[in-house]
Design a protein around this ligand. Sequence first.
Ligand code: PMP
Length: 287
Amino acid sequence: MGQKIFLSGALVDESEAKVSVFDHGYLYGDGVFEGIRSYGGKVFRFDDHLERLFASARAISLEIPMTAEELKKATYETMEANGVSDGYIRMVVSRGAGDLGLDPRKCTGNATVVIIAASIQLYPEELYRNGLEIVTGATVQSHPEALNPGIKSCNYLNNILAKIEGINAGVQEVLMLNHLGYVAECTGDNIFAVTDGAVMTPPPEAGILRGITRDVVMSICAGDGIECVERNLTRLDLYAADEVFLTGTAAEIIAVVKIDGRTIGGGKPGPVTNRLLEEFRKKTKEG
Ligand code: PMP
C-alpha cells in the first residue's frame, strides 16, 4: 500500500490515484495548483494559499468544485491518513476530461481535484549555513499579458526551461529576468536584495508569483522596523547588494552567495537574512 491521495472527493491508494489522459491538465497544463507546508500538524498560511488558488482559478475561468472549507477539511484528512505532520502539501485543480481540442467547455465534468500530503524535501541544511549559488537564465519570465506569472498555473514549462539551464550550469536555482530585463524571480522562489540595511524585492508588476513567504517576510520587516520596498531591480543591483536571499514555501528563506560567478557581499549568509529566517521560523512554530 502506498500513500493515500485525495482525488476528486475520496481518499484512494496512490496506485488508484489516476487521472484521465483526456484531462486538459495533462494535455495542456490547463489547471492551477498550490504548494503548501504544514508545521506541527497545522497548515501554514492556509487561507492565503486558498485565496491564491481561487484567484488563479478565476483568472483561467476554472470553477473549483469545492469550497475553501471543504478543501481545508480534505487536506487535513489527507495529512491524517498519511501520518503527515511536518509536510509538504500539493493541491492541484485541473480542468477535467475533455476532447483533444483546446475548448475548456468540452470538459463537461467537474474539475479534477488532487491533494497529496508528502514529507518535505528541504535543501540540505549546509546550504542554509553556506548559501546558494544561482545563475541568470536566458529564458525570461512570461510576459504579464501572456500567461501572467501571478497565476499559479499547472503550466510551468517556462520555469522548467530555466531550471534546465540551472541543471546544465550545476546550480540549484536560476534567476529569471522579465521581458524588460528587470529581475523577476527564480524558477520556484521569490528574490530579495539587502543594501545598506534596506530590503528590496521586485513588485508584482515585474511579473512574479506573489509568494506567500514573500508576504510573510515583508510583514516581518514591517513589524521589525526594517525598511522593505518593492522596486524594479537589475542584475547589477543584485551583484552590488550586501545580501541576496530567496523565499518560498519549500525553501523558506535561503541566502544566495553567488550569482553568475559574482560573490555577493561577504560570500556567506548575511545578518538580515539570518534574522529574517529566525523570525520566519518563529512564525511557523506559532502557526
Ligand atoms: N515564484 C515561483 C515561480 C514559485 O513557484 C514559488 C513557489 N510557490 C514562489 C515564487 C514562492 O511562492 P511561495 O512563497 O508562495 O511558495
